[in-house]
Design a protein around this ligand. Structure first.
Ligand code: ATP
Ligand code: MG
Length: 215
């Protein structure tokens, strides 16, 4: 089982959006996927309450229960577990980073997000867990993306080669208890999530997660 912690101390960076969409992407490959929601706002759990699909399973939990839950998930055959974290809680984010194989840091290409990201980079380093940044809500036009990439590179943070655009399908799908892969399977947002899932798996060489599974 592989575990990804999605952390960003900045609120609204896209942690929950990315956690849920990646978990559905894994489920569409036939992999048992799980989201552990350690954000007291329980947005991910609230999304699951709107669904009838079996996967991904979403469990609401406290950070202190992470290791025990991950052990149970492993025993029950989970292939990918994604931990969705809260903003402004460094101790919980650190626990998630420590429990994970990979830290994913979503970041909007704005000055405030770029400034706040150093805390997340430090937490991943403290946890000794590899970290990757993903740019979210990137406008189609302009140079914001290039400017943000230059700042992130200056921090020494690896950036995924795939970003998510600012797309209304990300908002509407979550409100409907869906992933963009279910809401608009042939839309641009779905294309971006498939590419993001593949880029994450490739960058950490999780090739088994890129092969369809029947289990
Ligand atoms: N690529 C995108 N395009 C358009 N809207 C987006 C995109 N990503 C996220 N959003 C919207 O931005 C808002 C914040 O996203 P989300 O809840 O995923 O962030 P978060 O980091 O989990 O926030 P919090 O820190 O409060 O947990 C939501 O309304 C979501 O629908
Ligand atoms: Mg959230």
């Amino acid at each position: 089982m592989k575990t990804v912690a999605i952390i960003s101390q900045k609120g609204g960076a896209g942690k929950t959006t990315i956690a849920l969409n990646l978990a559905v992407a894994a489920a569409q490959f036939g992999h048992q996927s799980l989201v552990i929601d350690i954000d007291p706002q329980s947005s991910a759990k609230g999304w699951e309450d709107l669904r009838t699909e079996e996967l991904p399973v979403v469990i609401s939990s406290q950070a202190s229960r992470l290791n025990a839950l991950l052990e149970t998930a492993r025993k029950n055959g989970a292939k990918l577990t994604i931990i969705d974290t809260a903003p402004h809680s460094e101790s919980a984010a650190l626990a998630a980073a420590r429990a994970a194989d990979l830290v994913l840091i979503p970041c909007r290409p704005s000055l405030l997000d770029l400034k706040a990201i150093t805390t997340s980079i430090d937490l991943a380093a403290l946890a000794k867990t590899p970290a990757l940044a993903v740019l979210n809500t990137v406008p189609v036009r302009g140079t914001l993306k290039q400017e943000a990439e230059a700042v992130l590179q200056g921090y020494g943070l690896e950036i995924l080669p795939v970003h998510l655009g600012h797309r209304i399908a990300f908002v509407h799908s979550l409100t409907a208890g869906q992933s963009v892969l279910e809401y608009e399977p042939s839309g641009k947002a779905a294309e971006e999530i498939r590419a993001l899932y593949e880029a994450v798996c490739r960058s950490v060489r999780w090739s088994s997660l890129l092969k369809p599974s029947c289990s």
